[in-house]
Ligand binder design. Structure first.
Ligand code: ADP
Length: 405
């Protein structure tokens, strides 16, 4: 690869990485997992398509990042792009400076599981590679164009003004990429009104008008919205007092239940994995059948609700592991939206190959497309844009001294 960007997504015990070439055609992917344990290892795919597995016993984030960069150094990465879940009110990708790092730290109460892990990775790469410009790309940034009537909760005002309690939205990198690419495929690049359904383990929907997010299903945290693998999505907030009063549960137990034991897993009592549920449903498992039905109905309801943010609906884009691969879920969801004039072509829906983009409506009504997401590509593009401007590279070099001091 000539020039490239290294994209890093740090979790609490794992690091996903991707080296993305200048025109985003070539990729080297990998995952460092089980960090901090005897089983720590790096698994990946090289540019030649060969599988890589490397044991790095007891390696922490810094050691793993060092090993990853050693292996990739000959590809000459020009910049590092960090995926950061919560950017608070930051509206765009930012060059990492002590001030931006502080803003990420300040947003930690809003993403207590994600932002601390990102900061560990950021601080390690800043120490290891002070000469490389580094950029944070936020999941929340794309949704900062939402109007106040979409992002405010009907709660006492001081919770917003003094404690930043509002709707932020997530999966912004995916919604931004998919709506941009989808509208381009539809011949109206960043124009018109579109709905996106990002359906993976975490799922969310978004309404986009002329390329800008005007509303989305996730809120203060990624728990609000549609049914997900293990997250409940919308529930009556009084569930907390009901469970506390009647079952004696504390806030941590309730939070864990809503985030890790609900959604498809909770409804089916079987699995959070949509493929497993579709197979079980075909074999007559009624709980799996109901879980799928609730998933599709709530998803359609969310899309219908978000349509209020759009002056008109030009179409719908499906993406994420479920949205890209399951013709069955797409068909069931669209079947709940006939009043919008959506008209799915069963033939095109069923014939679309895995991982390919394509139009699946019958030619009347709003368009329906499958657009495989490319979060790494989008992060690399934004990183290139921010970091590789000469002024920023210079700024980065002087900031590096402050950060590493
Ligand atoms: P993540 O949010 O972790 O990135 P993915 O976007 O990879 O997750 O999506 C994972 C989900 O996609 C799982 O529920 C998986 O079962 C589902 N999935 C993948 N392939 C299919 C398929 N062919 N049919 C139905 N669901 C699928």
């Amino acid at each position: 690869m000539s020039t490239s960007v290294l994209v890093i997504n740090c979790g609490s015990s794992s690091i996903k990485y991707a080296l993305v070439s200048e025109h985003r055609k070539d990729r080297i992917f990998g995952l460092a997992e089980n960090l901090g344990s005897a089983n720590a290892r790096i698994k990946g795919i090289t540019t030649g398509g060969e599988e890589l597995e490397l044991s790095i016993p007891h390696a922490d984030h810094e050691k793993a990042l060092e090993t990853i960069l050693e292996r990739l150094a000959h590809h000459n990465p020009q910049a590092i792009g960090h995926r950061v879940v919560h950017g608070g009110t930051l509206t765009k990708a930012e060059l990492l400076t002590p001030e931006i790092i502080e803003r990420i730290r300040e947003a930690t109460p809003l993403a207590p599981l994600h932002n601390p892990a990102h900061l560990v990775g950021i601080e390690a790469t800043m120490r290891l590679f002070p000469h490389l410009p580094q950029v944070a790309v936020f999941d929340t940034a794309f949704h900062q164009t939402m109007p106040a009537h979409a992002y405010r909760y009907a709660l006492p005002k001081f919770l917003y003004t003094e404690h930043n309690v509002r709707r932020y939205g997530f999966h912004g990198t995916s919604h931004a990429y998919v709506s941009e690419r989808g509208s381009e495929l539809a011949g109206s690049y960043k124009k018109g009104g579109w709905l996106t359904a990002h359906l993976g383990n975490g799922s969310s929907t978004c309404a986009i008008w002329n390329g800008q997010s005007v509303d989305t299903s996730m809120g203060l945290t990624p728990l609000e919205g549609v049914v997900m693998g293990t997250r409940s999505g919308d529930v009556d907030p009084s569930i907390h007092s009901f469970l506390a009063s009647n079952l004696g549960w504390d806030i941590y137990k309730i939070d864990k239940m809503l985030n890790s034991q609900s959604g498809l897993l909770g409804l089916s009592d079987l699995s959070n994995d949509m493929r497993t549920l579709i197979e079980a449903s075909e074999q007559g498992n009624e709980d799996a059948t109901l879980a799928i039905e609730v998933f599709c109905y709530r998803l359609a309801k969310s899309l219908a609700g978000l349509s209020c943010g759009l002056p008109r609906i030009d179409g719908l884009f499906f993406t994420g592991g479920i949205g890209e691969n399951s013709a069955y879920i797409r068909e069931k969801t669209v079947a709940y939206l006939p009043h919008f004039g959506f008209n799915l072509s069963q033939e095109q829906n069923n014939s679309l190959k895995r991982g390919t983009e394509g139009r699946i409506d019958a030619g009347t009504g709003p368009q329906i497309w499958v657009v495989p997401t490319d979060e790494e590509g989008r992060i690399a593009k934004e990183t290139e844009h921010v970091a590789l401007q000469e002024g920023n590279v210079t700024a980065k070099k002087s900031n590096a001294e402050t950060v590493t001091a």
